[in-house]
Design a protein around this ligand. Structure first.
Ligand code: NAP
Length: 339
């Protein structure tokens, strides 16, 4: 469009194991198209950096179509409408969509799930975290998959992250005992500040199963599993009767997506506890998003809600910001700020 130029990240090649910078390529000087009928042209303000992107850059089968080498990296964002050919949006509107891609300008149409963002409700990047996909994930995991009840013990891995911060505060406000699992003392200090009752450093715990047993003397009623791997195995040794395990994410497997991922097997523990293990995807609960958003806004309005963001600067930092997530280097919701 006119004199505007776009920059974007494409996948350079599928990673074999853990991705690194060489698997991504920044392209410059691209023409910005005019929006077609019913479409809008949006300039990104914040791009979201999410662990699911690891699954999208693999040739292995996934729940959503992936990115092939040479194609635009997929991802959500929030930005300002700079040209509109849609009766629903005007220039200057702030919109969020999961279909931004890793780029400065994007064309969005009716198929792209465009949501108008109210800048008076919360900072606009909140639409990518607590009021967006990670917040909906936290809510659905706790209340639909976990069916948590007051007085229960809820363990959450990646507890200081985008999903974990919201899940911990919602579970605490619901009257649960909340146990945070994270990689550093600084992250656990933050978890304590936002209300988690107990913090466990999985890297320094030694015998993680024994540490969990000590922290959860009545067993774990709901495990919000954001990581898989050895943390999952340790929780499976500590299930309460009727426990639920919500398999939300498998980030500890980012370097071994296509390999067997089973640790010690605790099938007998599942049987004895009559536990339920359930994988879930946030989009399966879209019908609940209005209720979830109202619930989280209620928590914000109570004045108790706190949320940490980790913001990298400029589109050029997109690949490194993504890699930070996979190496536990982000502290809070990872975002990239543009412009
Ligand atoms: P996040 O927690 O903000 O960031 C990722 C965190 O994962 C890191 O900060 C790190 O925390 C932890 N991590 C990385 N490598 C690890 C390893 N080897 N072992 C243990 N922990 C590791 O990310 P998020 O956006 O909130 O996502 C959290 C999880 O939820 C991810 O697995 C994601 O895929 C999943 N998710 C699923 C859905 C769904 O619909 N099912 C939706 C959204 C997110 P520590 O420093 O504490 O290790």
């Amino acid at each position: 469009m006119s004199n505007l130029k776009n920059r974007r990240w494409v996948l350079a090649d599928y990673p074999d194991g853990m991705p690194d910078e060489r698997h991504f390529r920044l392209e410059d000087g691209l023409d910005v198209p005019e929006p077609g009928d019913g479409e809008i042209l949006v300039q990104a303000k914040y791009l979201s950096v999410d662990p699911y992107m690891r699954g999208r850059i693999s040739s292995a089968a996934n729940y959503a179509a992936g990115v092939a080498p040479g194609e635009l990296m997929q991802g959500g964002g929030v930005g300002e409408v700079v040209a509109s050919n849609s009766p629903e949006f005007a220039s200057g509107d702030i919109v969020e969509s999961r279909d931004f891609g890793w780029q400065e300008f994007t064309i969005l149409g009716p198929k792209n799930g465009i949501n108008k963002v109210d800048p008076d409700l919360a900072p606009i990047q909140g639409s990518l975290s607590y009021l967006g996909m990670p917040g909906m994930t936290a809510w659905a995991g706790l209340f639909r998959v976990g069916e948590i009840k007051q007085g229960e013990t809820v363990v959450i891995s990646a507890a200081s992250g985008a999903v974990g911060q919201v899940a911990g505060q919602l579970a605490k406000a619901h009257g649960c005992k909340t146990v945070a699992i994270a990689s550093t003392q600084a992250k656990l200090d933050w978890c304590s500040e936002i209300g988690y009752d107990v913090g466990i450093n999985y890297r320094e715990a030694g015998d993680l199963s024994a540490t969990l047993a000590h922290a959860c003397p009545d067993g774990v009623d709901f495990y919000f599993d954001n990581t898989a791997g050895p943390i999952h195995d340790a929780v499976m040794e500590n299930l309460a009767l009727g426990a639920r395990i919500g398999i939300c994410g498998t980030i500890s497997l980012a370097g071994q997506l296509d390999q067997p991922d089973i640790g010690p097997r605790y099938h007998r523990k599942i049987l004895v506890a009559r536990a339920r293990v359930q994988g879930f995807l946030v989009h399966d609960f879209a019908v609940d998003f209005d209720e979830a958003r109202k619930h989280i806004i209620g928590l914000i309005d109570s004045g108790k809600f706190k949320f940490k963001e980790d913001i990298s600067d400029g589109l050029e930092s997109m690949a490194s910001a993504f890699l930070r997530l996979l190496h536990s280097e982000n502290f809070g919701k990872q975002l990239v700020k543009l412009g």
